[in-house]
Design a protein around this ligand. Structure first.
Ligand code: ATP
Ligand code: MG
Length: 454
């Protein structure tokens, strides 16, 4: 579950959607803050302005018709207008508040204002009220105010609209991002599937279909097709060259062999001479084998080798190999043990894969010490099939472990008892041609473990 989540996190679809929605979300957020602050400042200014205007008009009335006239006008306004969110106070220095309409904010210090000059006014804003204090005369102070309730309501509404619209935009952006990337990645997926099929089957005649849309994906398909054309030419060249090399080398070696055989049969040679000719004959056989191995490796690596894929009972094949190697192992005083899970069948080139496994087992015995052990185990695991060949042999030095899969590489040539250094190159080529992996862990003087995962 966690693995699937981390895999999805790496997908282009996820990244594009994340980027897309983040851009839309942050654009919305910035827009919201701009609109919200504009409205907040605008409403503050507007209401303060209205209150100051009102206070000024009361001030004019106060001058013309004195306090009585102002009180009359206010009581008329209260009767006619709805002043539910507003409040009005007139403060008399001697008598305290002589008029009070509406809710009054607590804790408002009015005494200080009485010390100010006539016509002095101040605008104040708390969380709940806008207030204008106006000094009408040395005796009277006018206080007009309005609750912030309706403003807050408007701003809250704005906030709700933002949340709703950003929610909708969020879903649209996910959908949009998904459709956008799914179209692109869908095309890429098709290309990668075809490329995978070509790589697995080595059918170099397949090509990616050009849709003719002229987009970047079509360009990519054309480049891949062109690459395939060139690979096909190269593979054919490798095939032809290796076949002709094989033929050109094998023919003179065959001639040498038959000449030696004829010489050994017909002529009455001395024992030394016969021994020498016998040795040359053996060496030509080794050269023949090396040429054949080298050709097989080159062909597998280049894809020119046609694998004969069939149902292959790996459990049985490894059991048989263990049995076959037992005599050779006991001649070297090495003990071979096998722990093989039953009926593990795969699709593989049985001959080639058996040969590769045999090489690892051969190495495990060959590079072992008298009294040593070789443990072969085959099991089906969550990610595939695992074959481990563990030995208690001489081991491989850490600085040389990466080279052992190279052609003709031998850790210590004097140590290598009859070998050409081609075995592990063949193993690697075969395992990779079957879509598998080979790895090795080793400790010098303690032993090595080769693991093939299929
Ligand atoms: N199990 C092992 N323990 C220690 N060294 C090893 C082991 N397997 C491989 N090596 C080292 O890696 C080298 C390469 O192995 P590889 O099988 O390719 O060649 P080889 O066995 O020498 O020759 P060939 O397999 O062609 O007969 C060996 O020469 C040996 O030095
Ligand atoms: Mg070998």
């Amino acid at each position: 579950m966690f693995l699937r989540a981390t895999k999805f996190y790496k997908k282009i679809v996820f990244r594009v959607i994340l980027l897309y929605t983040s851009i839309i979300f942050f654009s919305f957020l910035i827009l919201f803050f701009m609109v919200y602050s504009f409205f907040e400042v605008y409403l503050d200014g507007k209401i303060s302005e209205q209150l100051v205007e009102k206070a000024k008009s009361y001030r004019i009335l106060y001058r013309q018709e004195k306090l009585e006239g102002l009180l009359k006008q206010i009581s008329k306004e209260v009767e006619i207008l709805n002043l539910s969110e507003q409040f009005l106070r007139i403060y008399d220095r001697n008598r305290g508040f002589i008029l009070s309409i509406g809710d009054f904010p607590s804790g408002l210090e009015v005494e200080n204002f009485m010390k100010e000059k006539i016509d002095y006014y101040a605008v104040k804003k708390s969380n709940e009220f806008y207030i204008v204090l106006y000094k009408l005369s040395s005796k009277h102070l006018l206080i007009v105010g309005k609750s912030t309730h309706s403003n807050n309501k408007l701003l809250n509404r704005l906030q709700d609209i933002f949340f709703l619209s950003s929610g909708i935009a969020f879903f649209i952006s996910i959908l949009g991002g998904f459709i956008l990337t799914a179209t692109i990645t869908g095309k890429l997926k098709k290309i990668s599937e075809i490329a995978k099929n070509i790589s697995n089957s080595m059918d170099l005649n397949s090509r990616i279909k050009i849709t003719g849309s002229g987009d970047e994906i079509d360009d990519l398909s054309k480049v891949i097709n062109h690459l395939l054309d060139r690979i096909q030419v190269l593979v054919n060249t490798v095939k032809e060259t290796s076949e002709s090399i094989a033929h050109d080398l094998k023919t003179p070696i065959a001639r040498i062999r038959s000449s030696i055989e004829n010489a050994m049969i017909k002529n009455n040679l001395s024992k030394d001479c016969t021994d020498l000719l016998g040795y040359v004959l053996e060496e030509t056989e080794i050269i023949n084998q090396m040429i054949a191995d080298l050709l097989t490796i080159s062909k597998i690596e280049s894809g020119a080798y046609s694998l004969k894929i069939e149902d292959f009972n790996l459990s049985e094949a490894i059991r048989r190999l263990c049995y076959l190697f037992k005599d050779y192992a006991s001649s070297k005083s090495v003990e071979v043990s096998c722990d093989i899970q039953d009926d593990i069948t795969i699709k593989a080139d049985s001959k080639l894969l058996s040969r590769a496994i045999a090489n690892i087992m051969d190495n495990a015995i060959k590079f072992n010490m008298p009294g040593g052990k070789v443990a072969v185990s085959l099991s089906r695991e969550q990610k595939g099939i695992s074959l481990r060949i563990e030995d208690t042999g001489v081991g491989i030095p850490p600085d040389k472990i990466n080279k052992i899969f190279e052609k003709f590489y031998m850790v210590d040539e004097s140590r290598s008892v009859c070998g050409s250094g081609l075995g592990l190159s063949l193993v690697k080529a075969v395992v990779e041609a079957h879509g598998g992996e080979i790895s090795v862990k080793s400790k010098e003087g303690k032993g090595s473990t080769f693991e093939i995962k299929l």
